[in-house]
Design a protein around this ligand. Sequence first.
Ligand SMILES: Cc1cc2nc3c(=O)[nH]c(=O)nc-3n(C[C@H](O)[C@H](O)[C@H](O)COP(=O)(O)OP(=O)(O)OC[C@H]3O[C@@H](n4cnc5c(N)ncnc54)[C@H](O)[C@@H]3O)c2cc1C
Length: 445
Amino acid sequence: MSPSSQSFRVAIVGGGLCGLTCAIPLIKAGVDVQVYEGAHKFAEIGAGVCLGQNAINILTKLGIYNDVYNNTLKPEPEDDMGPSSAPHQPVPPRGLDNMNGWFKYVAGEGDNEELCDYAAKDNVAQGVHRAVFLETLIAHVDPARTHFHKRCTHLTEGPSGTTIHFADGTSAEADVVLGADGIKSAVRRFVAGTAGAPVDPHLKHSGSVAYRALVPAAVAAAAGCAVDYGARPLCVVGKDKHFIIFTVRGGTMINIAAFVTDPARATPATWVAPPAAGGEDVAPAVVLKAYEEWGPEMTRLLSCVTAAKKWDINVVHPPLAPSAWTRGAVAILGDAAHGMQPHLGAGAGQGLEDAYLLGRLLAHAQTSRANVSDVLKVYAAVRQPRAHRVWEGSRRAGDIYEFRAGETIDVAELRRLSGYVWDHAVDADVEAAEAMLVREGVFAA
Ligand SMILES: Cc1cc2nc3c(=O)[nH]c(=O)nc-3n(C[C@H](O)[C@H](O)[C@H](O)COP(=O)(O)OP(=O)(O)OC[C@H]3O[C@@H](n4cnc5c(N)ncnc54)[C@H](O)[C@@H]3O)c2cc1C
């Protein structure tokens, strides 16, 4: 991207994976960007995140992918998931792990009978430690542009721009505000016009919780686990519960996301507002208990967990129409716009697609303060339908894994759902948006 002559000021609310990814191309293009993060530092929990081919392509285009890869070779960062690695072995190397062939689906009960095998020929995705990924993004953002302890409470519009109000009583003004403030987004309430409602009507608990833990591979082996968890990612399935298991840090850490769904609250019609808290520590015994009827291998693996967190799986529902993704020169991205169930490993990747398109459009030579609200509308028109289809696919995948969609795992359907996520030319989104802007007379032909 060439240096931009953009005269507008951009504020990004939220410095998570999507907010920082959005900041990077804008900074490179010379746009005046400030990032306001609610926490006292940028932080990600010490768990894995799967990056599909679509996300990897974006990181490559943004010039970040090699840095993520190289960062895997550096010493271990502080781990927010507790001491699970510390007492057992020396500091493990980090690493990007190929999701070789994608998942094998095995039964949770008994001896983990193989039910089916996705068996992708290509390397369709990679697992990465979240903290490593975030750390790489941070290195690309000038610290002078980042502001901590800035928890946005609400926005107001004025003649000279949009004012972001923070919980510490301060405020900041910008010409363009991008809300990347996650599933409980304050910016979403502004753009969707729900700021006055006592609870956010678009924030729902999906009826599922996830227990997340990391187990050193050496510890699992010493405990008698027979499965080579580094060989293939596993989806261990049962009625209304499943595990996702893949390795991070070069095969040395086993990442476990263990889901349990309340069958009475498994459909959108039954979803309600989530409890206020989320992401609390739970005793390893709680996780073991949740899977007590599962077979000996899974029990052995869970016995190795020394620290775990429980996450409510919250989603954005009912979905926001494209018109509710933006209001004037304010737009939302990432989980703020389309928080989804994590069952296709696609939520962050969808946010990266938002960030990439926003970066390209806001840095475009024809984007100006005068037309930026039209540009943001086109961003939403291009991104919302695809993000919503991935949202639906993610829900469907959870129903398949947990036998609410039928009595067998329909691998052909899973291939269609995942294929839609991965096989996506992000530059086609840019071209579609530019063509729309020309058609609508916002950009010159
Ligand atoms: C169990 C589980 C497993 C998952 N696995 C995968 C996976 O394998 N692959 C994948 O692609 N996705 C996965 N996801 C989804 C993925 O984690 C999210 O889609 C992604 O992290 C969203 O990024 P974000 O930047 O939009 O939001 P967040 O990561 O939530 O970041 C939001 C940031 O904004 C800050 N913030 C919040 N409120 C405010 C405020 N009011 N003011 C200022 N700052 C604020 C927060 O502190 C945070 O830094 C998973 C999710 C879960 C729950």
